[in-house]
Structure formats: structure tokens, C-alpha cells
Design a protein around this ligand. Structure first.
Ligand SMILES: [Zn+2]
Length: 124
């Protein structure tokens, strides 16, 4: 699980693992507690978290006003879409990997049968 946080020092927005208690900002080196800083959303996948953090950062960079509820709503919708697409892509990939593993297992089973036959052949 990943979460998108805002640096207490330089206001840069980036993604961190939810397991981290202390965060060090990759931009300014400021360190702060994850549970005490401004955080936006939780993401299951790192790729998604990094993408959303970059978009959010771009949105608020170089302006003094905070993110509006409309912008946040749009970002959340984008996030859900992106997260869903990514999850689908991932499950397709996992299914492919599973199919490969199964095919390999079948080949191994066949090889084993052949080996057995060969071995029995020795004693016939
Ligand atoms: Zn910073």
C-alpha cells in the first residue's frame, strides 16, 4: 500500500510506502512523520501512486492556492480509472504468467512420464 503525501518543508508531493513511519523528502531532504503530514490518497500499486503524485504535484506547483474540491474530485476519478486499468492489465499479466507456469508444469509431468517409461524400460 502506498500513500501520497506533501512535504512539510518544500510542499513537493510524492508517493511513499504506508509502512514508513518517517519520510525523507527526495527533493529537500526534510524529514517528517507520515501520520502527521498532509496526505491525499492511498494506492495499492506503486506505479499508480507515483503517477497520481506527479499529477497532483503538477497541479499545485507554482501557485499559492490549495487544490480545490473540484480538482481533487477530478483527480480521484482519474485515479480510480487509472487504478482500475492498471489492475486489469496486471491481472491479464498474472493470468499469462499462470498459464505459462501451468504449461511448464504439464511439460514437466510429461517429461516425468517419459523418464519413468525410460526407467521401466531398463528393467524390462
Ligand atoms: Zn521537501
Amino acid at each position: 500500500m502506498y500513500t501520497i503525501v506533501k512535504c512539510e518543508g518544500c510542499t513537493r508531493i510524492f508517493a511513499v510506502s504506508r509502512e514508513q513511519t518517517y519520510i525523507i523528502c527526495p527533493t529537500c531532504g526534510c524529514s517528517f512523520r507520515r501520520d502527521a503530514c498532509t496526505s491525499y490518497l492511498d494506492c495499492e500499486y506503486r506505479t499508480v501512486a507515483v503517477e497520481i503524485a506527479a499529477r497532483l504535484d503538477e497541479l499545485i506547483r507554482d501557485r499559492s492556492i490549495p487544490v480545490t474540491p473540484e480538482e481533487m474530485g477530478r483527480l480521484r476519478r482519474d485515479y480510480q480509472e487509472f487504478d482500475q486499468k492498471y489492475a486489469e492489465k496486471r491481472s491479464v499479466k498474472e493470468a499469462e504468467v499462470e498459464a505459462e507456469v501451468e504449461a511448464e508444469a504439464e511439460t514437466e509431468a510429461e517429461d516425468l512420464e517419459t523418464d519413468k517409461k525410460d526407467a521401466y524400460g531398463l528393467f524390462e
